[in-house]
Design a protein around this ligand. Structure first.
Ligand code: 3PG
Length: 213
């Protein structure tokens, strides 16, 4: 899948809701309930980070949830791409980008939202054909002000910023012309997930899904 095709898919996924929950799942047994709560609350696109041993099983479980579109985050290597795809991930997200990672996504037909933090990184990805990118780590590298500053020289690139964003700061990003949606973990507090408190998660999802953009 070419980078341009990948970006078309990424655009569709980013259009689903203003927020993509970033999930660090310790217990795959909770994945089904968690995904159902987030989808019911209006957040269908889900990013499961490959940071825990349970992540691939969680992706497998979430891929079965009606209405959900599950992707794999923290993709670092070609092996991550293969494993994510085999588990049923429909898109990938990476904190940065390397040639090996980008080649693997093309080879295995996994639409990637590749990470960039500077104008040069955005330009390098744009040269390869990626017009939809992740801006990471958003808050630490200047936040909405920095991202908005890229809109004038690079209007052809649109972003999903993630990293340190919360309910209060999300609107600052969502009102920018070059932002499609934001990513964040605030909708999935660890203690609520561990407790299987799906009504609380659904309420947080609903609040995030109602953010204007
Ligand atoms: C990440 O990859 O961890 C995302 O950027 C989510 O960041 P957050 O936990 O700060 O929302």
């Amino acid at each position: 899948m070419t980078p341009a095709e990948q970006s078309r898919h990424a655009l569709e996924i980013c259009a689903l809701a203003p927020v993509v929950p970033v999930l660090v799942i310790e217990d795959a047994g909770l994945a089904d309930g968690l995904a159902r709560a987030l989808v019911a609350g209006g957040l269908p696109a889900l990013e499961v980070t490959l940071r825990t041993p349970a992540a691939l099983d969680a992706i497998r479980a979430m891929a079965e949830v009606p209405g959900g579109v599950v992707g794999a985050g923290t993709l670092l290597t070609p092996d991550d791409v293969k494993a994510a795809k085999a588990a049923g991930a429909r898109f990938g997200v990476s904190p940065g980008a390397t040639d090996r990672l980008l080649d693997a996504c093309a080879e295995h037909d996994l639409p990637l939202l590749p990470g960039a933090a500077t104008a040069s990184e955005v330009m390098a990805l744009l040269e390869r054909g990626y017009t939809v990118q992740k801006f990471f780590p958003a808050e630490a590298i200047g936040g909405a002000k920095a991202l908005g500053s890229l809109a004038s020289p690079l209007p052809q690139v649109r972003f999903c910023p993630t990293g340190g964003i919360g309910l209060k700061t999300a609107p600052d990003y969502l009102r920018l012309p070059n932002v499609l949606c934001v990513g964040g973990s605030w909708v999935v507090p660890k203690d609520r997930v561990a407790a299987g408190d799906w009504p609380a998660i659904e309420a947080l999802a609903r609040e995030a899904a109602a953010l204007p953009r």
